[in-house]
Ligand binder design. Sequence first.
Ligand SMILES: Nc1ncnc2c1ncn2[C@@H]1O[C@H](COP(=O)(O)OP(=O)(O)OP(=O)(O)O)[C@@H](O)[C@H]1O
Ligand SMILES: [Zn+2]
Length: 767
Amino acid sequence: MQRVLTVTHSPQALEPVLQAVRSLGFDPELADKVTRPAGISCSGSKAESACGSCCAPAAVTSGELQAQQLTADGVRTSIRIRQMDCPVEEGMIRKKLDGMSAVKELDFNLMQRVLTVVHAPGTLEPVLAAIRSLGFEPELSDSSGRHAATEEKKNPWWPLALAGVAAAAAEAMHWTGMPEWLEAVLALAAVGACGLSTYKKGWIALRNGNLNINALMSIAVTGALALGQWPEAAMVMVLFTIAELIEAKSLDRARNAIGSLMTLTPETATIQQPDGSWTVADARSVPLDSVVRVKPGERIALDGRVVRGRTSINQAPITGESLPIEKGEGDPVFAGTVNGSGGFEYRVTAAAGNTTLARIIHAVEEAQGAKASSQRFVDRFAQVYTPVVFAIAVAVAILPPLMAGESWHEWVYKALVMLVIACPCALVISTPVTIVSGLTAAARRGILIKGGIYLEEGRKLKWLALDKTGTLTHGKPVQTDVIIYTWVAEDEGRRLAASLAGYSDHPVSQAVTAALEGSQRYDVERFEALPGRGVRGVINDRTYSLGNLRLAEETSSCPETVRATLRELESAGKTVILLCDSHQVLGLFAVADTVKESSREAVSQLHGLDVRTLMLTGDNSSTAQAIAVQVGIDEARGNQLPEDKLRAIETLTAQGTTGMVGDGINDAPALARADIGFAMGAMGTDTAIETADVALMDDDLRKIPAFVRLSKQTYSILVQNIVMAIGIKAIFLALTIAGMGTMWMAVFADVGASLLVVANGLRLLRK
Ligand SMILES: Nc1ncnc2c1ncn2[C@@H]1O[C@H](COP(=O)(O)OP(=O)(O)OP(=O)(O)O)[C@@H](O)[C@H]1O
Ligand SMILES: [Zn+2]
């Protein structure tokens, strides 16, 4: 999509790689920070370990660094090859490079037109030379370091216009019965004016034993000329050239969609100098911990934390939610978001290449690499389609005249038409265009999907398991009741609870701490957090615990009167923790959390999409039940330890596609096991963005039904595209064999199909 090839090669081997790419007729540019943020380019398990070193090696210029990384296997270089967007071209390059001993690994991204090569140090140049020998122009980085900025080389338009006029004139000669030599001259002029680059590319492909669209068109046009179909040959070449131009334009739209997210961040930021004055600096060069000033209405350039001022910020570029969020001292702000009416200053917490927005863009780019199953099908299909149609064409040209004495002229012509139909471009481009549009559309709404595969699977979601605290509820409970039993002094009870709870960041403990703000605290020794239960520690040589009934029963005896009170509070939807010493219960603390309005809506939308919902919570069953009723959830299970949640997910995945959404603390194993793991509130948390299958940037659960709907739309567009691409070809194949297809009709069909699928895929972006 971004037309980037990543090559792993040995240090100092960049130039040979570049040359090889150039030898294929491509113009390589080293990829840029912006497209591939240097700070996070060491993604993927393999590269992780080498992260430290990838930014260190000497003797590589900084420009090269952006496109190259050292890995365990060698050097990884991304090479952009503009002319590469057909699997036939991928096949050509693969065949050539696979034969080179220096090349360890190849990874193609046709949408980005990027080849990533892992190669031995010092072998980049031969790699590039090999690519160039195929007539491509491999690009590493240019000096400005910006991919998107480098425009396509502009071909002058007049040769094409001239060719069009000549072709039309030839056609007119034909109809008005002018001498044939005039037709021939005009047709040859037209083909010469617009078809030379097609011939050149076609010839290189043929020489390397490949049939790409250029080779097919060259043969077809040459054949038509040989048959004396002058005007038709000229028309076909002109139409094909125009079509290629239009197709390239519309594909660029899909490619640029992701890049356009990046343009959300301003190029400059106003930073404070050591002497206190303010200067405008390039956002990319602002060091961490700098203080940046933001004017009202200005876009924020980098991630940071507010140090002075109050304002409200529209975070829609990241969360997809345009309601302004209030921000004051200490609150995080994000690059790309828009400041409201207050001016403020913030301290930079992430460099330009490492901001939340940059990570999102990077994740979307990576996601295209993970091929969806429809794409794998299409790629396999295309691999056999072209050779098969070519073989049929050869048979059509030779057999009927030889076996049945039919006219050579007629059957060779039919075969030539079939060659035009043999290009699988429309089919091949249909899937990635659709997936990329879907991924980008999702990212714009604050839904970060980590692979085309999840976008494709989302529509199959049968079950969604949800955690309660923080997912369905606000996760900020407040204390509602305190009961201290008479066998302990009221103050002492509160003080013990506050001391224990103060050490924990569990929401329940925090609610208790907040309510007991004023009371004094004891020092706690041997403090322990017991997941799914509570906390325990030693105060003045005695062990106390604060946690749920499970924990109370483990440490002391729990009389029926206490249980009765507990049941009563819980049936009101409250969460109760018990303060115990090693003999008895000393007190009860009840907290209540409120349900998010958006959760209720999300659950009903999910039910409308035929997704069943299940609440899995560590909290007790009565509270779980009470909250489930409030939210409208199908089924609720309480007292779930992390391993219980995991087991529940395992059972569900056996029945159908299962998603799990949680805040990731006690849900991590279940999230990982689910077919689709959703992380909430990913904004600002690196781990959620990096580990979840789908990261929701804020904590609005309605993003999940939105994701399911998008997945359904994407899938139906995928199916439409595949059917359309194959269908159109099939119809023309049939017409041709029946003798009704002409060559220019076939060109129209081929190009029309490509344009249709691209336009259809881009519809997702408009949603
Ligand atoms: N650190 C703690 N302080 C106080 N109580 C705790 C603590 N840890 C666990 N508990 C008690 O154990 C219960 C289960 O905790 P757990 O963290 O598994 O789930 P939860 O946060 O209540 O809910 P969910 O699973 O929906 O996120 C809590 O409801 C609380 O009563
Ligand atoms: Zn093609």
